[in-house]
Design a protein around this ligand. Structure first.
Ligand SMILES: *[C@@H]1O[C@H](CO)[C@@H](O)[C@H](O)[C@H]1NC(C)=O
Ligand SMILES: *[C@@H]1O[C@H](CO)[C@@H](O)[C@H](O)[C@H]1NC(C)=O
Ligand SMILES: *[C@@H]1O[C@H](CO)[C@@H](O)[C@H](O)[C@H]1NC(C)=O
Ligand SMILES: *[C@@H]1O[C@H](CO)[C@@H](O)[C@H](O)[C@H]1NC(C)=O
Ligand SMILES: *[C@@H]1O[C@H](CO)[C@@H](O)[C@H](O)[C@H]1NC(C)=O
Ligand SMILES: *[C@@H]1O[C@H](CO)[C@@H](O)[C@H](O)[C@H]1NC(C)=O
Ligand SMILES: *[C@@H]1O[C@H](CO)[C@@H](O)[C@H](O)[C@H]1NC(C)=O
Ligand SMILES: *[C@@H]1O[C@H](CO)[C@@H](O)[C@H](O)[C@H]1NC(C)=O
Ligand SMILES: *[C@@H]1O[C@H](CO)[C@@H](O)[C@H](O)[C@H]1NC(C)=O
Length: 576
């Protein structure tokens, strides 16, 4: 045992091996001896073989004489094998050592032209109380958790039996046998060592190995104690995928995607790799060139990664799943990523749908505004018969017509309009029933009662307006009539249709009721002349008037005879 001092005991066995290797490499059996007086230790009762520090491998060379002396003695230590202390093969043997053997010894190396001496200090220890070893005589060894560790029973080279067979080594943990029953532990064949699979911190402790050495027919115990330290290295950190995480990503066709796979672990040299369709990615597409990298991170972590570019996503990229693998021990870890075409967003549809709906509504409103009259008239004519029997509102006339009499100018004739054109279109063509004041009133009837009664029996009041303010004198003429009309116009809720025979610039001089109606409902302006063309119900003007007139059927003529003069058809209609 080559140990420089007590503290050197704590060196790993490996450093001893390194020294040995070093010595072999320099091919010299001689060593300067790095210690002034080298320390050796042995347990009392156990055999010991001391090597001269300057001739570490006496058996390799023979061109020198090596002699051992006890401190201060000029007589060499005997070479008699039976002697408890003797020298043999360049080694100083104590079989077994006793406490009084502690002390200095000297090896003398003589060659033809040169000689040298070296002292060693042997200390014989007793076991610690209650233990099978002495705590000052421990070999320190280290293993890493989760790895397979090896405990080596050191320094047994000189104790091969005479037949040179492998010694039988017994193992103890904290001086107790039986720990090898753990399935993780196994004896290493031919190595005087114990293997520990998946080391845990519980594996630390004092391991003692003992072999039996037979000398001259007597058996002796040779024991070594290893203090096993278990290191939790950063290598404990299991590899873990940072990315991918078995996820899908949405990428558009033709876009550029960096396919990156990275793993954090405590292990250097992990090489993750991508596969797709059970093959390497570059077999799948020769442009998919993987690039590996490794980065050190704080806390002993390492990020190992691989990435490749998909410069333009193709259809086939959506069809397969991309797997990233990494080998961890004998285990393969896998994570995948799948590319997906983005689904057209529902939101987009909703917005688009909403916008078009709003547009549609606006369009419908717009169309209705423009074609309102035509639509209503068409509806009345086409759908009205389908609506079935209508409830009578008890009224006789569709409209009560009020017009200024005998107003004639170059542009208009209120008489012609009211007595000829109006009945022609509304009565003859459209089948309305009108009460035209001045045509249908019976002479002698009291004006007030007629007006009042007839207006009540009418669904509309048509007032024909001329620009000439004096016209309203007709109303002024018959103040009673005016009162009735006024009442009707403002209070009875009967709809009034104002027809301007000519553009009226100024309503200021008009009666209040007319002004009110004009302001509220507007007026329809007569744009025609008094020719045949203007007497068609399908002109814009008449459509407008018909629109304001109540809806009516051109239905049966039953009960015609019951109706007063001027009625062209029965009126079983209702308000719009
Ligand atoms: C070693 O000792 C033997 C006698 O014991 C002697 O014959 C021999 O020459 C010595 N060798 C050397 C290298 O001194
Ligand atoms: C070793 O020998 C020297 C003299 O040769 C003596 O002074 C010394 O005390 C001895 N030491 C031991 C430990 O025997
Ligand atoms: C002693 O002899 C050896 C060969 O035996 C030689 O290599 C060495 O250099 C010599 N040393 C001295 C000091 O003469
Ligand atoms: C020899 O070793 C023992 C124990 O380590 C120590 O007490 C003693 O002083 C050492 N002797 C010499 C001469 O170094
Ligand atoms: C190993 O032995 C030492 C005494 O030398 C003792 O203090 C220590 O607790 C032991 N280790 C274990 C893990 O039992
Ligand atoms: C060797 O050690 C074992 C266990 O400690 C013990 O039973 C045995 O008697 C020892 N043998 C000798 C020769 O000391
Ligand atoms: C691991 O890969 C992801 C995805 O590409 C990336 O965002 C992240 O930065 C990478 N992490 C490291 C430490 O390289
Ligand atoms: C991916 O493309 C970028 C440029 O877009 C380039 O810098 C990078 O080196 C490429 N990586 C690989 C792995 O080809
Ligand atoms: C990801 O998928 C692989 C197999 O495809 C599976 O082995 C792994 O456990 C999955 N990882 C996660 C985090 O789900």
């Amino acid at each position: 045992m080559l140990i420089e001092n007590i503290s050197s005991l704590q060196q790993k066995m490996i450093s001893a091996f390194l020294l040995i290797v070093y010595l072999i490499l320099v091919t010299s059996p001689f060593s300067a001896g790095e210690c002034v007086i080298c320390d050796y230790f042995v347990l009392v009762g156990e055999p010991m073989a001391v090597r001269c520090p300057i001739v570490t491998f006496p058996e390799l060379h023979s061109d020198y004489n090596l002699t051992w002396y006890k401190n201060g003695s000029i007589t060499p230590v005997t070479t008699e094998k039976q002697a408890r202390i003797h020298q043999r093969g360049g080694l100083l043997w104590f079989i077994p050592a006793r406490l009084e053997d502690s002390g200095l010894y000297e090896c003398d190396v003589r060659r033809l032209n040169h000689s040298s001496k070296k002292s060693i200090n042997l200390t014989v220890f007793k076991n610690d109380d209650g233990l099978c070893f002495n705590g000052k005589m421990k070999f320190e060894q280290k293993v890493m958790t989760t790895h397979t560790g090896k405990i080596i029973c050191p320094d047994l080279e000189d104790f091969r039996d005479e037949d040179n067979s492998e010694p039988e080594v017994h193992w103890y943990k904290e001086c107790k046998p039986g720990f090898l029953e753990d399935k993780r532990l196994a004896l290493a064949v031919g190595e005087n060592a114990v293997l520990i699979h998946s080391v845990t911190v519980q594996d630390r402790g004092n391991y003692t190995c003992r072999m039996v050495y037979t000398h001259m027919g007597k058996q002796y115990n040779v024991s070594r104690t290893v203090s096993l330290e278990v290191k939790e290295s950063p290598q404990q950190i299991r590899p873990e995928f940072i990315y991918p995480k078995n996820n899908t990503i949405e990428v558009d066709l033709g876009t550029h995607v960096v396919m990156e796979c990275n793993i954090s672990s405590g292990i250097n040299g992990l090489i993750p790799f991508w596969t797709v369709n059970d093959d390497d990615v570059d077999s799948f597409d020769s442009t998919y060139k993987e690039q590996f990298y490794e980065e050190g991170m704080p806390h002993g972590l390492t990020v190992s990664g691989t990435k490749f570019n998909i410069s333009k996503v193709k259809i086939k990229d959506y069809m397969y799943t991309f797997f990233c693998h990494v080998m961890y021990g004998t285990q393969q870890m896998t994570a995948y990523i799948k590319l997906e075409r983005p689904a057209p967003s529902i939101q987009g549809y909703l917005i688009g749908g909403g916008v078009s709906l709003v547009f549609l509504v606006f369009f419908a409103v717009f169309v209705y505004k423009i074609f309102k009259i035509d639509i209503v008239l068409w509806y009345r004519s086409s759908c009205h018969p389908l609506l079935g029997k209508e409830v009578s509102d008890g009224k006789i006339y569709d409209a009560y017509v009020l017009y200024p009499k005998n107003r004639v100018s170059c542009l208009y004739s209120s008489d012609i309009f009211a007595l000829k054109i109006l009945p022609e279109v509304l009565e003859r063509q459209c089948g309305y029933n009108l009460f035209i004041f001045g045509r249908d009133d019976l002479p002698g009837e009291a004006v007030i009662s007629i007006v009042d009664e007839k207006i009540r029996q009418s669904r509309r009041v048509i007032v024909v307006l001329v620009p000439e303010p004096s016209f309203y004198s007709i109303l002024e003429d018959a103040s009673e009539k005016q009162l009735a009309v006024y009442n009707a116009l403002t209070h009875d809720g009967i709809k009034v249709i104002l027809i301007e025979l000519e553009k009226i610039q100024d309503y200021a001089s008009m009666p209040e009721s007319i002004k009110y109606i004009k302001q509220k409902h507007g007026a329809i302006r007569w744009k025609g002349d008094f020719s045949e063309n203007s007497c068609s119900a399908s002109t814009r003007f008449w459509k407008n008037v018909r629109y304001h007139m109540p809806s009516r059927t051109h239905a049966s003529s039953s009960g015609l005879h019951l109706l007063p003069k001027g009625f062209s058809s029965p009126q079983i209609t209702s308000e719009e």
